[in-house]
Design a binder for this molecule. Structure first.
Ligand SMILES: CC(C)(COP(=O)(O)OP(=O)(O)OC[C@H]1O[C@@H](n2cnc3c(N)ncnc32)[C@H](O)[C@@H]1OP(=O)(O)O)[C@@H](O)C(=O)NCCC(=O)NCCS
Length: 179
């Protein structure tokens, strides 16, 4: 069963094996833009297909959601729960579907899943120039926790900074008692 987003025709649902080809297409499209995600074009489709086929359905430690509109896959979000309870999150939306609520619908699904899985915190990384992502994450309560300087090598030889953002889900457990 999926969750309807603000635009009636958009639905967010767990990903399945039948989504792999469209997920690869979407990844290639966004990677080809060259400025938003870590993955760069050309994408090694076969390696990615093998990896996706094994992981697309998720597990009790990982969730994969897709957003569908008009029979096409227009967005994707993944969450991976680390052994110590922090959930890593990543996402992307097809260019022509941005700013139409798809990212928000995916994010709601991702955070709900993390909370239900017992995670105490969701974390993610983004490029400092990704103002759309920054605005979306802030809207959901993520705050900047760090800056990774000259951290990620790009294929053109540049070293890109990354922002680290976090959303604490458990504000009630005690913090460190060591002063
Ligand atoms: C970042 C991304 C996932 C946002 O998805 P989206 O479907 O456009 O997001 P939404 O339509 O739900 O927007 C939610 C909020 O984010 C903010 N936002 C989104 N795009 C924005 C933009 N271009 N400029 C400013 N704010 C923006 C707004 O606050 C917006 O709320 P509003 O429309 O009510 O003002 C999408 O732009 C994307 O996939 N970009 C390329 C891949 C990427 O950057 N992935 C994340 C890597 S860290």
């Amino acid at each position: 069963m999926g969750t309807e987003t603000s635009e009636a025709e958009q639905v967010v649902r767990p990903a399945g094996r039948d989504d792999v080809d469209q997920l690869l297409d979407l990844l290639e499209t966004v990677a080809s833009e060259g400025r938003w995600i870590g993955t760069e074009a050309p994408v090694d489709r076969e390696a990615r297909r093998r990896q996706l086929s094994e992981t697309v359905e998720g597990s009790d430690r990982a969730a994969r959601f897709v957003a569908e509109a008009g029979g096409a896959l227009v967005g994707n979000l993944w969450v991976d729960l680390r052994t110590y309870g922090v959930a890593d999150l990543g996402m992307l939306v097809a260019p022509e579907w941005r700013r139409r609520g798809v990212g928000s619908a995916l994010m709601e699904a991702g955070i709900d899943w993390a909370r239900a899985a017992g995670s105490h915190k969701v974390v993610l990384q983004l490029w400092p120039h990704n103002h759309a992502a920054l605005a979306l994450y802030r809207k959901f309560g993520f705050v900047q926790e760090g800056l990774l300087r000259r951290h990620y090598p790009r294929r053109n030889g540049e070293l890109w900074d990354a922002l680290v953002m976090g959303l604490v889900l458990d504000e009630h457990s005690p913090g460190s008692s060591i002063s």
